[in-house]
Design a protein around this ligand. Structure first.
Ligand code: ARG
Length: 284
């Protein structure tokens, strides 16, 4: 896509212009106005997009999406005096959501990468993270080096975990050894079913999955990468990015960010135990 500033505005204008002619022909200018006013950033709400299977950053408790990212963005919404709206979407679409204006903010445990920086603005980072290897407890895979021996690996699509495997382990694009899943939990299910041998996933959700799968799976201690998570906004939204930076800086300095992490880790754990109990009662 083109990187000329204002390009999106031109496209939006063209879109609106064609909408205008159609609208005039059909039912008048009211349609034109509402079609062009449909940008995410309306004055009173802030739209965040995420992929909510990623504890403790974003996960569902009942119908509600909660997590570290939600709390940070809620603080941003408060700072702006806007109401927070959350969209739950496929991870490989969250960046596109902010580029096309379907959301103001993408907060989804997103790793800052040079490639992504070409398309969106990133806030300052709020945490350092890593990719870890998940294997069955009785697996003979015991290191990153062992992944190169014809190991079938699962990843969440569109993630830096996928990039890592593609660039370092399974470089052949047509190799059937690399399998993509909509989320880490499904990749782990496939591993438990014997369809793959290892899952590469971010540390936070990887540890949550290990806790959830009572003793049958484990993570190897050696991290594959060091990555930084940040919040993404459209290149047209420099002002919003500055506000996010300000809020993150404040949360870091006040200890609020630490509290957000502690609270959401505890909530994720609580949620896991609840699910476990529900499963026990439904299977007995
Ligand atoms: N940190 C990784 C990336 O940026 C994975 C993020 C996945 N996030 C999620 N909410 N599913 O590619």
């Amino acid at each position: 896509m083109s990187m000329i500033p204002g390009d999106a505005a031109v496209r939006r204008f063209r879109r609106c212009f064609s909408a205008l002619s159609a609208a005039l022909a059909l039912i008048g200018t009211a349609v034109f106005l509402s079609a062009c006013g449909e940008e995410a950033g309306s004055a009173d709400k802030l739209v965040m997009v995420t992929e909510a299977t990623f504890p403790p950053y974003e996960f569902r408790m009942g119908r509600e999406v909660i997590g570290v990212d939600v709390d940070i963005v809620r603080a941003v919404a408060e700072e702006l005096g806007r109401k927070l709206e959350i969209k739950d979407a496929a991870f490989d679409s969250v960046i596109a959501h902010v580029i096309t204006g379907k959301a103001d903010i993408a907060a989804s445990g997103i790793t800052v990468t040079e490639e992504r920086k070409k398309n969106v603005l990133f806030s300052i980072p709020y945490v350092t993270a890593a990719q870890l290897i998940i294997v069955m407890k009785d697996s003979r895979i015991d290191s990153a080096a062992a992944l190169k021996n014809n190991v079938r690996i699962g990843v969440q699509s569109g993630t830096t975990g996928f990039d890592y495997v593609r660039n370092n382990i399974i470089t052949d694009k047509s190799s059937p050894l690399l399998a993509q899943f909509p989320n880490g939990a499904l990749a782990v299910e496939a591993m438990k079913a014997g369809k793959i041998d290892a899952v590469i996933l971010d540390a936070g959700p990887a540890q949550a999955l290990v806790a959830q799968n009572g003793g049958t799976i484990t993570v190897l201690p050696e991290p594959l990468t060091s990555e930084e998570y940040a919040i993404a906004v459209s290149k047209q939204n420099r002002e919003l990015c500055r506000t996010i930076d300000k809020v993150i800086r404040r949360l870091k300095e006040s200890g609020g960010l630490r509290e957000i992490f502690d609270r959401n880790k505890a909530l994720a754990e609580q949620h896991r135990k609840l699910q476990e109990r529900q499963q026990e009662t439904s299977s007995s």
